[in-house]
Design a protein around this ligand. Structure first.
Ligand SMILES: [Zn+2]
Length: 104
């Protein structure tokens, strides 16, 4: 069921499940089932060619929970996902569900 939550709520849930370090927060892709943590996303970004990074300078926080690093899925393509209000964007953003804790 789709929920409307704030980014703070989302971060509270992630903190409760995975601890205080955002690098440990894990999301699961609803398309391929891949689980990615903040560290995984940071690593994936670091592997991009510099030219790609310069053209498309995404940060970990922009990708974590919104794009899969294992397949082309993007959270906004899934209408049933939770929507989080993010400061500075002004509209709700779809987010992947947090991964189950036991996958850590
Ligand atoms: Zn995926």
């Amino acid at each position: 069921m789709t929920r409307m939550i704030t980014l703070d709520q989302l971060h509270d849930e992630a903190r409760a499940r995975f601890g205080n370090n955002p690098q440990d927060w894990a999301y699961q892709c609803p398309e391929c089932g891949d689980v990615a943590t903040g560290s995984d996303v940071a690593h994936a970004l670091s592997q991009r060619p510099a030219a790609v990074a310069a053209r498309n300078p995404l940060t970990v926080s922009q990708i974590l929970g919104q794009r899969c690093i294992a397949c082309p899925a993007r959270a906004r393509e899934f209408p049933h996902l939770d929507r989080a209000f993010v400061h500075g964007i002004g509209r709700p953003v779809a987010v992947f569900p947090l991964a189950p804790k036991e996958t850590q």
